[in-house]
Design a protein around this ligand. Sequence first.
Ligand code: MAN
Length: 552
Amino acid sequence: MLWLLLLLPLQALGAAEKTLGVPPDSISKYVPSKSNTWTCLDGSKEIPWDYVNDDACDCADGSDEPGTGACPNQPFYCKNEGHVGSFIPSSRVKDGLCEPNCCDGSDERPGVCNNVCQEVGQVYRKKVEEENKIRKTGSKIRSTYIAYAHKEKKRLEGVIETSAAEIAIQEKEVVRLRDIAERSESLSAAALELKQQSPLYISLITHANALKSLQREHKKYLQREKELSNILDALRTGYNPNYQDMAVLEAVRGWEEISGLPHINDVGKDSVSDEEAGVQEDTASEVAETKEDVDDEMWSAEELEKDLDDLLNSDYVTLLLEHDEYVQSVPEGSVLFDIASYLPDSIAPQYEEFKDTLLSWLVNLGIIKGETPSSTDTSRSRQALTDAENRLNSIKKEKEDAENDLKEIFNIHGYGLEGQWKKLDGTCLRTEVGDYTYEVCLFGEAKQIPNKGGSTFSLGKFASWNPSPDVKPGDDTYYGKQIYNRGTRCWNGPERNVVLLLSCGTENTLNSVVELEKCEYQFTGTTPALCRPLDSSEGKNGQNANAGKDEL
Ligand code: MAN
């Protein structure tokens, strides 16, 4: 019977055979005219309807033979009912081989291949279901990555704003300190010495020394008081009242009174406890504090403890120079000394010249001291300037880094338009293969670390996402590949480099490493950053690359 079927001319078969190999969106183009003719899809020729799928190529574009393989380089569409439709090249039609992509066997003559679409479809659907499950969980994690990027953006904007304000303040500080440093550098040692003779400065130093000495003595007494308290506490709790030693009893009573403690013999009686005594103690110290609070200008014990050292570490020479500057900036009360303002404009320049000459004579004669620009003890003011400049540079750097980071966050070529990769910046993934542990720190560096000692090789630093010109930035195929290059050079070979292939997964993992060519490594891994939500229009996520447009 079968051989009879094979002998049947194609035109004798029904309309279904005329549309064999035609994809669903083109079916409407395969209908005969009223005069039972058909026009090639490129419009170049009109042929009898019978010529369509008659196993002889008539149209230049091959469109008359969608299902026979008679015209070269044509796509053949397998319906694959029960599974997913797909295309195969016309060269594989009726070649006697069952194509895996054509599970319905429609590419071969009837009876050659079994229709296995139900089974294949079932396996496929199960796989898709599992992938969807992973995608569902992964996309939830991905959305936390996106939220992180938004938070990070806000944080960076805050850093930029604060550092801009700090830069403005610090720039002024640098100008101020530079002025002081330059001033103090231009002062002669003698001039500084003269300034240091100022009664105010001498008194300031004396006060500082007195305070330092008081602080030292105070510390000594505190220590002594602590030791004495310990002795008296031991006496209070350890003495034997049965000896009736009045001197001891008096000492204990006295101690209890000044430290606000109940008498030791009463502790335990009528539920009097040391804790209650603590209340008394608090009251005692409160009284003391209230007494101290009388004068607002006075420092509290806490301030003395915390702030006195800072005060004593003041740079007194800088203070002196600042004071000097301040005094000079205060306008002089009388205009009588401003002789120039009383002179006619025409003589003023001659007067200024005369004044300068006179001053330099007086300096040369040793009658007055001049300010010669020689070295002085300026290290502290120069150091203060250097510190301020360093601080300014570090704030500027902080701002610059934040600005660069901000540019990358929602950048299609950086951390993605949604910022979904930002969270993974610096996340390191590892796996052990053979004698090595391979590591990739995302957006950082890939490494090959020997497990049994020896040197670690850099396999390259992050260079780009998928660089292929056929790949559209932002697509899953774009983010599915990272390139790390310029690693340690291979002996007699290229610099080591890595291609990291990523796919959607519920965890960030490195799954495999192969050295495809010498010193060229291919890593594969998974990440939730690639799990788009299921309802996402772009969410094909590389599934079933061979699938046709209409899933059945
Ligand atoms: C090391 C490793 C290998 C590499 C050779 C090349 O042994 O980095 O992966 O193939 O060097 O000499």
